[in-house]
Design a protein around this ligand. Structure first.
Ligand SMILES: Nc1ncnc2c1ncn2[C@@H]1O[C@H](COP(=O)(O)OP(=O)(O)OP(=O)(O)O)[C@@H](O)[C@H]1O
Length: 320
């Protein structure tokens, strides 16, 4: 579906297990394979605790997988150290959910947005004012905000500052972890419009973590649905509601506000609780909640199989 020459990040067989105090292992990510392409957004959706943040944190060196490899321009980022790691950090940036907790309240906006540029000696301190203004205007904020402090801005404005800071180094890839979830719906829409405009202009690849399949459908080029540490479906973002077929994706889609206001559709509620990641079932991770569960599902874990180009699903309903 995407041109393989535009492949930017290729995560292969990525697994993360956390040891617990009582000597057991919690599997937060289980054999994840995902590809990120230049200038495209991959939305990663799933319920709280399914492993979305754990996976995305590997891409910005905030954590390391227990097994697997993550290739960026053909080099495994999980093995990078020293000067190579320092150099590559410039190319991958992150925007967090709530910038008020990630900004130093004592720093002016110009110091916040220019800090990465100063750290990498890309500008001199004397160039900070002009650069901050340029970056703020790029995210549609007045240049005068450069002298403000973060607490003198709204949540939406602070998130624009976080985006300005993230794009300052002209990265090739940005991880956005619930970057619009703390904003009200109208502000969320304008921030998404900003992100998509910057992506088009600068050809940035984005990994966007989100709870809301309805929101992600509106702008992601591909969407991966995660359940209990596993990717259960990968599909194109456009027209997602028509093609998505994994029983968990369908339930997730039905449980979000129906943006098309199609009240004729049957709402499938997700029953029960996900099993503990400390005690994964031997078969399909969704088997105990799935209305279509068969004996095979309880014993045999389904693999992701391609249904059509760009659409993969891990469900025995779709495999022979
Ligand atoms: N450092 C850690 N030590 C032990 N367990 C962890 C650690 N980090 C995450 N986990 C566990 O890994 C699982 C996945 O967590 P993660 O934060 O990745 O989920 P998530 O899908 O991003 O959730 P949310 O949307 O709430 O942020 C959870 O069961 C969590 O408790």
């Amino acid at each position: 579906m995407f041109d393989e020459k535009d492949l930017l990040i290729d995560a292969r067989h990525v697994t993360r297990r956390f040891p617990t105090n009582d000597g057991r292992l919690l599997t937060a990510c289980d054999d994840i394979n995902l590809k990120f392409y230049k200038g495209k957004t991959l939305g990663l959706v799933g319920e709280s605790g399914c492993g979305k943040s754990t996976f995305m944190r590997f891409l910005v060196w905030l954590d390391y997988p227990t097994e697997g490899e993550i290739f960026f321009h053909g080099k495994d980022i999980t093995k990078m150290k020293g000067a190579e790691l320092h150099e590559n950090r410039q190319h991958i940036q992150m925007v967090f959910q709530d910038p008020s907790t990630s900004f130093n309240p004592k720093m002016k906006i110009k110091e916040i947005v220019c800090e990465p540029l100063l750290n990498f000696n890309r500008i001199k301190p004397s160039e900070m004012d002009a650069k901050a203004r340029e970056l703020l205007e790029l995210v549609e904020l007045p240049g005068d905000f450069a002298d403000r402090f973060p607490h003198n801005m709204s949540g939406g404005q602070r998130q624009r500052v976080a985006i300005a800071r993230a794009i300052a180094l002209e990265p090739e890839f940005i991880v956005m972890d619930e970057a619009t979830s703390a904003l009200d719906v109208s502000v969320q829409k304008t921030v998404i419009e900003l992100i998509t405009r910057l992506q088009r202009e600068k050809n940035i690849a984005i990994g966007f973590i989100c709870h809301d399949l309805g929101l992600i459908e509106s702008f992601a080029h591909q969407v991966a649905v995660m359940y209990l540490g596993n990717i259960v479906e990968v599909m194109p973002g456009e027209g997602l509601s028509d093609v998505c077929c994994h029983p968990y994706s369908r339930a997730l889609l039905a449980s979000v506000f129906d943006t098309k206001m199609d009240f004729t559709k049957k709402i499938e509620n997700i029953k029960g609780e996900p099993p503990s990641p400390l005690d994964l079932p031997p078969g399909c991770p969704f088997s105990n909640r799935c209305p279509h569960c068969t004996e095979r599902c309880e014993h045999e874990k389904p693999k992701l199989v391609e249904l059509t180009p760009g659409h993969e699903v891990a469900c025995h309903l779709f495999t022979k």
